[in-house]
Design a protein around this ligand. Structure first.
Ligand SMILES: Cc1cc2nc3c(=O)[nH]c(=O)nc-3n(C[C@H](O)[C@H](O)[C@H](O)COP(=O)(O)OP(=O)(O)OC[C@H]3O[C@@H](n4cnc5c(N)ncnc54)[C@H](O)[C@@H]3O)c2cc1C
Length: 417
């Protein structure tokens, strides 16, 4: 069996493990478009900050692929020919497959702003991006970060650590709009400002001038040595679309992560997947999901029958000493319960008997149980949450959760081996 994987990052690494769990002999070829090996994308901001050496960036080192007898080809795939079972590379080479995985991830969205092509306007998405930004860092200079999602915040933190003045410009009225509620975003904004980062919400960049300025919608011009564009990402699904596969916001897959072509699977940031809580198909660009999807797709490519139920939005972000963990559906509605003490806070959204979202800031310990309750959609009476929120702690977890975990122990769900 000839397995080919396009992309060499998180989903690809998972897929190699999945394939080898069922097939020790098949030929695995990985097409590495970035030509940088399999690295942990979220760590590039730490590389930029100077707090992680490049040697620690690898998600799976070269030896891993050698041990798994997987051949890595440096090159970009430009076309898939499903009828011939062939992938064509940019340099004209071609690779034949029996089973193909698309693990092509996503790319940053580049807004059509005048001046966006200036060489000092960058994205922070790849290892190469981090190296290019490195060359533009001027201690004491100003960096403007467009967008305050996870990548924008991590870029701001890194540049601040490199002694640049940082201004974040966010079009929406709050920072981290996909992760935080307006209430919790207020605390996060205050924290950034206390560390010396300027945050402008409800403001939009209109142009970037040759004179090193970012012009905002209110006419204010911010001088900038460096601009980081972090306004969102989009799945790399052109190859799939051109090959006639079904696509939507991302590549459409079934529960086996198989595309509309039975010999082609897809996994990671490039696919639409089921949001367990809302039941809708969404692009959920999260590292743990990318690995799991890759693994399950690999199992299925090698003949197993593994179902992927979908996932929930779950993210842990740490910046400048603030620890945020949030899970659940960002679009959820329900009764909101809040708790705050000093720099710590918790927000729960309860819909009937279900916890549909939580946002915790600087609270160690309780997020594991809260994630389990959210993900497994455990029924817990609203009154129990009213009690819990008075003093959130492990000791105060709802009795219904504790009863459920005892049931897992009794029925063997938690047994080792
Ligand atoms: C700065 C930053 C911080 C992040 N922080 C977090 C976090 O805290 N938590 C979290 O869960 N996620 C985080 N993410 C997202 C996380 O990195 C992604 O979810 C994960 O990398 C997805 O893995 P993937 O394998 O699907 O795709 P990718 O990592 O995008 O890899 C896809 C690879 O395929 C290659 N490729 C694309 N097209 C082709 C082609 N035609 N031929 C060959 N190769 C091709 C791409 O160049 C790329 O190397 C962060 C991302 C960034 C950039």
């Amino acid at each position: 069996m000839r397995y080919v994987i396009i992309g060499n990052c998180i989903a690809a690494a998972g897929a190699v493990e999945g394939i080898r769990s069922a097939d020790q002999k098949g030929e695995i070829t990985i097409i590495d478009g970035e030509k940088r090996g399999c690295y942990t994308r979220p760590l590039i901001s730490y590389l930029l900050a100077g707090s992680k050496p490049s040697s620690l960036l690898y998600y799976r080192p070269e030896e891993f692929f050698a041990q798994q007898q997987a051949r890595v080809i440096a090159g970009r795939a430009v076309r898939i020919d499903p009828a011939e079972g062939q992938v064509v590379l940019e340099d004209g080479r071609s690779v034949d497959y029996d089973r193909l995985l698309l693990a092509t991830g996503a790319s940053p969205v580049i807004p059509g702003l005048p001046g966006i092509e200036q060489p000092w306007v960058k994205t922070l998405y790849t290892w190469k991006d981090a190296e290019e930004i490195e060359a533009l860092i001027e201690a004491g200079g100003t960096a403007v970060v467009l967008g305050s999602g996870l990548i924008g915040i991590k870029a701001a933190e890194a540049l601040h650590q490199r002694n640049m003045k940082v201004v974040i410009v966010e079009k929406q009225e709050q920072i981290l709009p996909r992760l935080l509620s307006p209430w919790s975003a207020t605390a996060a904004t205050r924290h950034l400002e206390e560390q010396g980062i300027q945050v402008l919400t409800g403001r939009e960049a209109m142009s970037i001038t040759e004179q090193h300025q970012v012009e905002l919608d209110n006419g204010v011009k911010i001088p900038a040595q460096l601009v980081i564009v972090a306004v969102g990402t989009r799945p790399n699904q052109a190859l799939a679309r051109d090959a006639g596969l079904e696509t939507g916001q991302g590549i459409i897959v079934n529960r086996h992560l198989q595309t509309s072509n039975p010999n082609i699977w897809a996994a990671g940031d490039v696919i639409e997947t089921r949001n367990i809580l809302s039941g809708t198909a969404e692009v959920m660009a999260l590292l743990p999901l990318a690995h799991l999807e890759g693994y399950l797709a690999g199992c299925n490519m090698a003949g197993k029958s593994a179902n992927y139920p979908g996932g929930i939005f779950l993210n842990a972000v740490h910046f400048m000493g603030m620890h945020i963990i949030a899970a659940g559906d960002p679009n959820s509605s329900g009764t909101v319960l809040n708790w705050q003490e000093g720099q710590s806070s918790l927000e729960l959204t309860i819909d009937g008997e279900y916890l549909v979202r939580y946002i915790s800031i600087n609270i160690p310990g309780i997020t594991g149980p809260l994630t389990a309750i959210t993900e497994k959609q455990m029924k817990i009476a609203a009154g129990e949450w009213q009690e819990f929120i008075k003093q959130p702690s492990i000791a105060n977890l709802p009795a219904a959760y504790l009863a459920e975990t005892r049931r897992w122990e009794d029925d063997g769900s938690l047994r080792c081996g």
